[in-house]
Ligand binder design. Structure first.
Ligand SMILES: Cc1cc2nc3c(=O)[nH]c(=O)nc-3n(C[C@H](O)[C@H](O)[C@H](O)COP(=O)(O)O)c2cc1C
Length: 410
């Protein structure tokens, strides 16, 4: 037997939609944060590039317009990295860059900007300035790809102390090569113009010092979303439960209605069966409405019409006394009237007349139906012919029986 795999009860389309909606709500701040952090990042990039360009330009200017000119004019000035200590000393490009970088660093006292002018060939006797992975990689990239303008790294783009690092190549110019290939402390003496001597590196840190507020707002937002969602879920559940309940009630009502219809159909069938039984009975059946004035007949069966020769139009709506005639015993009629007045049944035999005027003995059987005792809603009458209508009549007793002594003789 194959049994269908049943889905868990919570898995409904409505719940799916609700879940997706919640997810969207929850993702909103993440998307916003992402956008913000990308904005942060591009701002950092911009700042770093600006400084980098600035320092480069200053250095170029200095080397072309200060260093080169002094060299060419055999000037008295002494070019040294220790220019401060030496009389007439002026800073070399590296020193200028480093010192300018220090100026930028000092512009912000929170360490937001870092400047490094470094290489993998430090001069002998200078303090160790080790390179990290990023810096070594940058130099390697610049050396293997001369058209590469910059090398960057973005860290922690979403949360916390994110940083942006920008490295640009420091290329050897004519003035640089001259000194570096001749300097006693220089670690390498075969520099050529255009060689990548080292890198200039700028690190911008986006310090989220006031970030606490942002997270508080975010927390508040999430709490609000959670609260709203919980409320929504609650409402949703209640609504759907209510719907389900009223649906059940509707279904129940329909079942009830169907049952009633079924019963009604049965009743109607029963009634039509009864009607056909009454209709085809050989005994006359008549029904009088006792609530209407002079209690007219509202039904008569075919046997009644056959017996009396009257038709429906002549019968219905009239009191049944129209069957009486001159030979009908008035005492019997009075007995009928008394029985009806008390709401009791009665059985009598009396002479009645057919439509064509021929009399016949009629055994009339009357009984109350419906209403309350003594006040019936209907009377039913059964008429049976008990003599051959062609035989002579006399009032009082049916033909063939000895008439009672008191009955008047015809
Ligand atoms: C259902 C019903 C059927 C009756 N059928 C006959 C009938 O077949 N023949 C008859 O003479 N009277 C019949 N009667 C009685 C008369 O209608 C009438 O009540 C009776 O003769 C008394 O007459 P009165 O009210 O004019 O005094 C019937 C009454 C009822 C309620």
């Amino acid at each position: 037997m194959l049994s269908r795999i049943r889905r868990p009860t919570w898995f409904t389309t409505a719940n799916l939609v609700l879940g997706l909606f919640l997810l969207c709500l929850l993702l909103l701040p993440v998307v916003l944060l992402g956008t913000l952090s990308r904005m942060d990042q591009s701002q950092m990039e911009l700042q770093a590039k600006e400084i980098s360009i600035l320092v480069t330009d200053i250095r170029r200017y200095y080397s072309d317009n200060v260093v080169q000119r002094i060299q060419e004019s055999d000037g008295k000035a002494v070019l040294t990295d220790r220019y401060r200590e030496i009389h007439g000393g002026i800073p070399i490009p590296a020193t200028l860059s480093i010192e300018l970088g220090q100026l930028f660093e000092q512009a912000h006292d929170d360490g937001r900007i870092q400047y490094r002018f470094i290489s993998d060939y430090p001069f002998r006797g200078r303090g160790a300035r080790p390179l990290d992975r990023f810096e070594l990689e940058a130099i390697k990239q610049f050396r293997s790809n001369p058209s590469l303008q910059q090398f960057t790294q973005v860290r922690n783009p979403f949360f916390g102390d994110d940083s942006y690092r920008l490295a640009t190549p420091v290329l050897m110019r004519k003035a640089c090569v001259t000194c570096h290939n001749a300097h006693p402390d220089s670690p390498k003496r075969d520099w050529k113009v255009g060689d990548v001597r080292g890198i200039q590196e700028i690190t911008i840190k986006d310090l989220h010092t006031e970030g606490g507020d942002d997270f508080a707002y975010l927390g508040l937002y999430l709490a609000l979303v959670g609260l709203t969602a919980t409320g929504a879920i609650h409402l949703f559940r209640r609504q759907s439960a209510r719907l389900q309940r009223s649906n059940g009630q509707l279904l129940e009502a329909r079942h009830r209605e169907e049952a009633i219809q079924q019963r009604l159909r049965g009743k109607v069938e029963e009634l039509s069966l009864l009607a056909s039984v009454v209709g085809s009975s050989t005994v006359g059946v008549t029904i009088a409405d006792m609530d209407r004035p002079d209690t007219p007949l509202i039904y008569a069966n075919q046997a009644f019409y056959d017996l009396t020769g009257f038709d429906e139009a002549e019968t219905l709506g009239r009191n049944c006394r129209f069957l009486r005639g001159p030979l009908t015993d008035p005492d019997t009629s009075a007995a009928i009237r008394r029985a009806i007045a008390k709401g009791e049944p009665c059985t009598v035999e009396l002479i009645n007349y057919r439509r064509d005027g021929t009399p016949f003995w009629n055994r009339l059987n009357l009984y109350p139906v419906g209403g309350s005792p003594g006040r019936p809603k209907f009377y039913v009458g059964n008429q049976t012919r008990i003599t051959d209508p062609s035989m002579p009549m006399q009032a009082g007793t049916p033909q063939g029986e000895p008439p009672p002594a008191s009955a008047p003789q015809g």
